[in-house]
Ligand binder design. Structure first.
Ligand code: SAM
Length: 268
């Protein structure tokens, strides 16, 4: 495809390392009988590999110049659809509708909307089996962090409620054109929501996590009281759940958080 001026606002750092392109496509596994959705195909670096492998490939590109170019490039391939639209308005359930199996998602993400894209994927978790995504290295560290570590926070806890997380590889700025300011890391998320296992309702528990991590360095009990929980009930819930009342949210794993949440609800 001929070069064009990139739009920095759309997070356009194109992946030029052929090894990395192949590694990302390989990380999706066998796609020969699957529908793959690509987020932000750009100039088609990963698209071209997956177009040869997938039964069906739906690539969603917001840029009004790149999308028609991709449509022209892949016009001869009936299994490939290029949609010019915003991934944040994409209905993954509708994309899956025709296929028995869940979707596989891939993308070298536009970094400015990484969290919003993740939340969108979580919202449609029932339609997605796994996602291989490239994000800024520091964001990958936060997503993949374990409880009790410096990077663990709301993003890590929320992602862990929906998926198992693997860090696959980290790339230097030189793997992209133009090079970004940051290193990038490829993550694989295998969707396996934990709400049933932890006996919590998704909306309520996610709201509880947001409150719990509102001021990360403060004690969890303080955050709960600031959000309007009754002080005595908070003390009782810590006692009943066996969680140390001096804890910060970042020190607790999800079963402990869920236990505390259930006790608070029981005491209402
Ligand atoms: N996949 C290509 C690659 O690896 O070279 C391009 C990756 S580039 C980091 C991110 C791509 O996402 C750009 O092509 C950009 O135009 C596109 N993009 C940005 N915001 C988007 C949105 N809201 N919905 C869909 N695509 C978007």
């Amino acid at each position: 495809m001929p070069q064009r001026t990139r739009r920095p606002k759309l997070g356009q750092n194109f992946l030029v390392s052929a090894t990395a392109q192949a590694a990302i496509a390989d990380a999706l596994g066998d796609v020969s009988h699957r529908t793959v959705v690509e987020i932000g195909p750009g100039r088609g670096a990963i698209t071209a590999i997956l177009a040869r492998r997938a039964q069906r490939l739906i690539a969603i590109e917001l840029d009004r110049e790149l999308a028609p170019r991709l449509q022209a490039d892949f016009a001869g391939q009936p299994g490939v659809e290029i949609l010019q639209k915003d991934i944040l308005e994409t209905d993954f359930a509708a994309l899956r509708a025709a296929s028995q199996e869940k979707l596989l998602v891939v993308g070298n993400l536009p970094y400015y909307i990484t969290s919003d894209i993740l939340l969108r994927l979580f919202r449609f978790h029932a339609s997605i089996e796994r996602a291989v995504i490239m994000v800024q290295r520091e964001v990958a560290d936060r997503i993949a962090a374990s409880p009790g570590t410096r990077d663990y926070g709301l993003l890590s806890a929320t992602t862990r409620m929906y998926a198992r997380i693997e860090k696959l590889l980290t790339l230097p700025p030189g793997a992209f054109s133009p090079p970004p300011q940051v290193h990038s890391t490829v993550l694989r998320l295998t969707f396996a929501p934990r709400f049933d296992e932890l006996k919590v309702a998704p909306e309520d528990f996610l709201a509880f996590l947001r409150i719990s991590f509102a001021q990360k360095r403060k004690m969890l009990g303080k955050n709960l009281r600031t959000a309007g929980e009754d002080a005595q009930r908070v003390i009782s819930a810590f006692e009943a759940s066996g969680v140390n009342p001096q804890s910060r949210a970042e020190e607790l794993d999800l079963p402990q958080m869920a236990c505390l949440f259930r006790q608070l609800r029981l005491l209402r």
